[in-house]
Each structure stands twice: as structure tokens, then as C-alpha cells.
Design a protein around this ligand. Structure first.
Ligand code: C5P
Length: 228
């Protein structure tokens, strides 16, 4: 069986950075499932769907043509129906739209097979909210990454301030709190640690320290050699 490491947690907990670093270190593939929910929200906008049209968004999720690419300077490029949507993908407005469409069961179902298709040898690092609880329940290593609300808002602010001139720390704190509340209280696939997840609080840890902990946990489970 091809192994999967799941990394779930709230926005700004560092999942994206840690998942990328771990995938690079192990040579495993990477699934950024949040990007798929963000793309569904953008597909809805492109198609002019009403914001409450669940069936329309589920159909868009099933048929959307997505391409993840790396530009010559190493930066990520994302295409939706052949259109470069990189600039709009990571904004907090798109994040809020993603969190709305992600609460709909039919949208989640429509994305299941697409997410599972990322499982390819030698292994997959999967980043999201329900990777360990729903999509990859049998994963041999599940990590739930947390950090204080204040630290998470600060990290998101530093990430976004150069790309999105409209962001403020206070505004972001509010938006992140709203999004996390919606993600954690929705009836389907709510944001919560799997019962067998290792919880890591990254508030006072560096990226290197969190990656080292993840590498150690994977080695303990025989996923890769110790000291990789
Ligand atoms: O991780 P990211 O901020 O890109 O995710 C955007 C939104 O997509 C989240 O707030 C959440 O509502 C949704 N999401 C989800 N399940 C996942 C990944 C993301 O519901 N596995």
C-alpha cells in the first residue's frame, strides 16, 4: 500500500509550509486540498453561479480542469480551465469562499476521488482539514498542527501582505476566526484531530523544529529511515 502522511489543522497553523518541506525531504507527492476548495469557489465565480447554488458548485467541482505548475523562478502557478488564477487563489476572500463551498456535502463528495488520485508512489503528504478523519482514514501517520490564534493571524498576515494590499492584521484575525469557526462547527467533515492523530502545537516552534518532529514520527512508524 502506498503510504500517506496527513497534516490537518486550522488556517495559519503552518500546514502548507510543513507539508511542502516534508514532501521535499521525503521525495513524496504533495496534495494541497485547500487549493481544490479554493478552486471550486473560483470556478463558481467564473461560471457566474449564485453563492447558494450547492448543486452548481458540486458539478463545477467534478468537471473543473485544474493544473498545478511551477514557474521558472520556482513559484507556484495554478490554472483553472486554462486560465492562470494564481493571484486570486490565496487571498482571504477566496479562502472565505472556499470555506462556504466546503460546508456542502455534495462538493466534498465531488472532490473525494480527485484527492485520492494524488496517492502515487513513493508516498503522499496530504494537507487539509479532513485528510486524517475522512479522505485518508488509514494513513499510517496523522499530524494535527495547531498554533495560538494570535500567532496564526500573524503568519497569514506575513504571507499575504505582499500579495494582497488590502489586508490588515486586525481584519485577518477576524476573518480567520470566522472561517475556523465555520470549519470546526460544520456538520460534515468538521475541522478536528483524528482520534489517532499526533497533535503538534507550533506556536513557539520554528519550521525546522516541526519538520524534524514529523520526520521523527515517520521514522518511528517505519515510513522512512531514521535521520532522513
Ligand atoms: O487550507 P486553505 O486555507 O487553503 O483552505 C481553504 C478552506 O477550504 C478552508 O477554510 C476549509 O473550509 C476548506 N477545506 C476543507 N477541507 C480540506 C481543505 C480545505 O474544508 N481538506
Amino acid at each position: 500500500m502506498i503510504p500517506v502522511v496527513t497534516i490537518d489543522g486550522p488556517s495559519g497553523s503552518g500546514k502548507g509550509t510543513i507539508s511542502r518541506a516534508l514532501a521535499q525531504r521525503t521525495g513524496w507527492h504533495l496534495l494541497d486540498s485547500g487549493a481544490l476548495y479554493r478552486l471550486v469557489a473560483l470556478a463558481g465565480l467564473l461560471e457566474g453561479l449564485a453563492v447558494d447554488d450547492e448543486a452548481g458548485h458540486a458539478a463545477a467541482a467534478a468537471r473543473m480542469r485544474v493544473c498545478f505548475d511551477v514557474a521558472p523562478d520556482g513559484s507556484e502557478r495554478v490554472f483553472l480551465q486554462g486560465q492562470d488564477v494564481t493571484a486570486g487563489l490565496r487571498t482571504e476572500t477566496t479562502g472565505a469562499g472556499a470555506s462556504r463551498v466546503a460546508a456542502w456535502p455534495s462538493v466534498r463528495t465531488a472532490l473525494l476521488a480527485r484527492q485520492r488520485a494524488f496517492v502515487q508512489p513513493p508516498g503522499l503528504v496530504a494537507d487539509g482539514r479532513d485528510m486524517g478523519t475522512v479522505v485518508f482514514q488509514d494513513a499510517p501517520l496523522k499530524i494535527f498542527l495547531t498554533a495560538s490564534a494570535q500567532e496564526r493571524a500573524r503568519r497569514r498576515y506575513n504571507q499575504l501582505k505582499d500579495k494582497d494590499s488590502g489586508v490588515s492584521l486586525a481584519g485577518l484575525s477576524r476573518e480567520i476566526a470566522e472561517r475556523d469557526l465555520r470549519d470546526a462547527t460544520r456538520p460534515i467533515a468538521p475541522l478536528q484531530p483524528a482520534t489517532d492523530a499526533c497533535v503538534i502545537d507550533s506556536t513557539a516552534l520554528s519550521v525546522g523544529q516541526v519538520v524534524a518532529r514529523a520526520v521523527e514520527l515517520g521514522a518511528l512508524r517505519g515510513l522512512w529511515p531514521a535521520g532522513l
